[in-house]
Design a protein around this ligand. Structure first.
Ligand SMILES: Nc1ncnc2c1ncn2[C@@H]1O[C@H](COP(=O)(O)OP(=O)(O)OP(=O)(O)O)[C@@H](O)[C@H]1O
Ligand SMILES: [Mg+2]
Length: 249
């Protein structure tokens, strides 16, 4: 008998198929993907443009539905939820960071961070929020409006907002896509610290090997299929793996 350690899974999809359109315009964006995202880890999803990365993230996060297969957040199967329960699950258990920061321009940094908690009618955990403000380094910007911040600072607000409600998992789609490389490094370092210092789970879509190297593990998609996983990635190793996907011309 071997000893088994139980690794909790924050999110997973099983036999995930996503078909867009029909007939001549049919696209099989996900073609039978099974993948789990372990709790307390930072996982990157990589693959060429059009390989299904955003589709996988949206379906895993309950922003879109699968054509067949199942998506779970923790032990909850998303397909079993009605719209109201799915909305509540996304609000209470999932955080999001997108390429466009999506901050509310009329609200201050502090108000943007706690917006979804306020909408949920709670105040959140004051100690957690206080610690989070230090993790993202925004204490001296709390009363500023987004327009008064740099792009990198705005994305740090979006990261703080995503973690504010202590979600089971934070999904980030190209979070550094609109940032210069220095601000991008800051945001990636921040995501890594949020995972390691606060035991949160992050799943990040990226096409940048340098960004992927911040993760604990990289999963590779090609043509809507999971083709590889890599532990302890470096930018060079990820780049080498990506080159193998390139079709020789
Ligand atoms: N709403 C949609 N309607 C029709 N086809 C779609 C839709 N969304 C995505 N697709 C198609 O599904 C495939 C996968 O798209 P997806 O956006 O998941 O790729 P991606 O890996 O995120 O690409 P990128 O790196 O360019 O963001 C592509 O062929 C895309 O054109
Ligand atoms: Mg995408």
């Amino acid at each position: 008998m071997t000893a088994t350690t139980t690794v909790r899974t924050a999110a997973r999809v099983v036999d995930a198929v996503k078909v867009y359109g029909r007939g001549d315009t049919e696209v099989r964006a996900l073609d039978g993907v099974s993948v789990d995202f372990p709790a307390g880890r930072f996982t990157a999803i990589m693959g060429p443009s059009g390989s299904g990365k955003s589709t996988l993230m949206h379906c895993a996060a309950g922003l879109d539905t699968l054509t067949s297969g199942a998506a779970h957040i923790g032990d909850t199967e998303l397909g079993a939820l009605d719209d109201r329960r799915l909305t509540l699950l996304r609000r209470d258990r999932v955080g999001f960071v997108f390429q466009a920061f999506n901050l509310v321009p009329t609200l201050t940094v502090a108000e943007n961070i706690t917006l979804s908690l306020d909408l949920a009618g709670g105040r959140g955990d004051p100690e957690w929020l206080d610690a989070l403000i230090d993790v993202v380094g925004l204490r001296d910007r709390l009363h500023h409006r987004p327009s008064e911040l740099s792009g990198g600072q705005q994305q740090r607000v979006a990261v703080a907002r995503a973690f504010a409600g202590r979600p089971d998992v934070v999904f980030a789609d190209e979070p550094t896509g609109n940032l210069d490389s220095r601000s991008g490094e800051e945001v990636l370092g921040l995501l890594g610290r949020a995972v390691r210092q606060t035991s949160r789970t992050v799943v990040m879509v990226t096409h940048d090997p340098v960004a992927a190297a911040h993760a604990d593990e990289v999963v590779f998609l090609a043509d809507g299929r999971l083709v590889d996983r890599m532990e302890s990635p470096t930018a060079d190793k990820v780049l080498d793996r990506m080159k193998a996907f390139e079709v020789p011309s």
